[in-house]
Design a binder for this molecule. Structure first.
Ligand SMILES: *Cc1c(COP(=O)(O)O)cnc(C)c1O
Length: 478
């Protein structure tokens, strides 16, 4: 069989298998999570034999895809409540297929004009959601003009690193040649994602120079106490390179007060980075965008499409109020790629760590274009509503404690007063396989954590989850 005929036939096998899989998962016809041992999976999937024979087509492919799907964690299952990863829209999945088949590594325009144009368009779409004007179409006539800008990266962690690189280029324009001055610090919320501290360490500032901002009892940044911290640091000879705010935090999903934080950053001329990797999704909803009020005052924003926006992993945006800082974040010359060209498009390559890059914008575009902007807004609103209804349910349940009223689709609660019990409950839930939830440390205690990502998860699912927890708890108490 020629590889062309086997493509359409193999694709039909795969699409049929995926379609059944999505349906079966949605119908809860298989466990949401089932973790076989690594060694037995390698054996079961017959990996070595397939490599030797090169036979992965037709019936062998059909066999393989069944075994593969049987060993997945099923995000389409309504019991999937564990992590901030989108239940992908099938149109977004088709974008990944198109990208895989065309392989237009589009960081330079000539390697993928369609993919680059779509990234350019979708970055502008996101900039406008923040309240910034998108990149003017005549931008090439004046590269020094002031406007916003951005780039898509493979994930929010890399995006956070990129945003801090832009912050450093603004604070220390000479860093690329001369390295860091020894006195830079970055101030982050108590509840910041671990990628933030990691980015500070990668930048060579030293983890010790990633300091925690003052916070209230719930972990929200307290703007009223920031000034004193900044003054104290300056008196000790430190330069604050950036201040980070969460929109929202990872553990409990709380939004920091952006307008107040932004006012201090403006006055003190300190770069404000808003980590909206998860909570940026609320920007697409007129009902929810108030949560991010003040975000337009930020200098940089990170926003993941593969979290609340149903886009397949990964697709994250680094967005900056002044594009020049992102352009100066990487000042290295790679002459074969970055030479001056008379070209009809835009090269993203000077804005990212990455060289070869997937058509990330296509995933986001095809997802939003299939749902419509209104459909996407309803989706995000639905997830948040579901979390709030679940919170009401848990509040009424004897023996259960809510960590805090959810602001977004993340909900933390516990039952019994023992940290270890929460972990044991989670372990037993996963073993049963009807629900997949996570746990987190928040305010010094261990909580069970639900992240509502699946539009199919309803309150009956949550009732059954609570029933299972009560059963497990009563066995533990015996
Ligand atoms: C998920 C998340 C990140 C990391 O993003 P990835 O795409 O998983 O790398 C960073 N910050 C916050 C607040 C997040 O929720």
């Amino acid at each position: 069989m020629s590889s062309q005929t086997s493509f359409t036939e193999d694709a039909a096998i795969v699409v049929q298998a995926l379609n059944n899989y999505i349906q079966e998962s949605a119908d809860q016809g298989a466990p949401v999570i089932r973790q076989a041992r690594l060694e037995s999976l390698i054996e079961q999937l017959d990996l070595r034999r397939h490599l030797e024979r090169g036979d992965l087509t037709g019936p062998a492919l059909e066999h393989f895809i069944q075994d593969y799907l049987a060993a997945t964690t099923r995000l389409h299952h309504p019991g999937f409540l564990a992590h901030q990863v989108a239940v992908p829209h099938t149109s977004g999945a088709l974008a990944s297929l198109i990208d895989g088949a065309t392989n237009n590594a589009m960081a330079i325009y000539e390697m993928g004009p369609a993919a680059s144009s779509i990234e350019y368009f979708m970055v502008n779409w996101m900039l406008e959601k923040i309240g910034w004007s998108g990149v003017p179409s005549d931008r090439q006539s004046d590269p020094q003009s002031e406007h916003a800008g951005g780039v898509l990266t493979h994930g929010g962690s890399l995006a956070n690193l990129t945003a801090l690189l832009a912050a450093r280029s603004a604070r220390v324009p000479t860093f690329w040649k001369s390295g860091n001055p020894g006195n830079l610090v970055v101030l982050v919320p108590e509840q910041s994602h671990y990628s933030m501290k990691r980015a500070v360490a990668i930048l060579g500032l030293g983890e010790e120079n990633c300091l925690t901002l003052p916070a209230d009892a719930d972990g929200r940044v307290l703007p009223g106490e920031m000034q004193q911290q900044i003054d104290t640091l300056r008196n000790r000879g430190k330069q604050v390179m950036a201040i980070v705010a969460n929109a929202c935090g990872t553990a409990a999903g709380l939004y920091d007060p952006l307008p107040e934080i932004a006012a201090i950053c403006r006055e003190q001329q300190i770069w404000l980075h808003v980590d909206a990797a998860h909570g940026g999704g609320a920007l697409v909803s007129d009902k929810l965008r108030h949560l991010l009020r003040g975000i337009e005052q930020a200098d940089s924003v990170v926003w993941d499409a593969h979290k609340m926006m149903r886009t397949p992993t990964v697709c994250a945006a680094v967005l900056v109020r002044d594009h020049r800082h992102l352009d100066h974040a990487f000042e290295q010359e790679a002459s074969y790629l970055l030479h001056a060209k008379d070209q009809p498009g835009f090269d993203f390559i000077s804005r990212t760590v990455e060289c070869t890059k997937a058509a990330l914008g296509l995933r986001l575009f095809m997802t939003v274009a299939a749902m419509g902007e209104q459909g996407l807004a309803r989706h995000v609103e639905g997830l948040v509503e579901r979390a709030q209804e679940a919170a009401d349910l848990i509040r009424q349940q004897p023996g259960f404690e809510l960590a805090i009223q959810p602001e977004t689709n993340i909900l933390c609660f516990r039952t019994s007063d023992n940290d270890q019990t929460q972990l044991e409950i989670r372990r037993q839930l996963l073993e049963r396989g009807d629900f997949y939830i996570s746990s987190t440390l928040y305010r010094g205690r261990r909580w069970l954590r639900l992240v509502f990502m699946n539009p199919a998860t309803d309150l009956d699912d949550i009732r059954r989850l609570l029933d299972q927890i009560v059963t497990i708890r009563s066995h533990l108490e015996q």
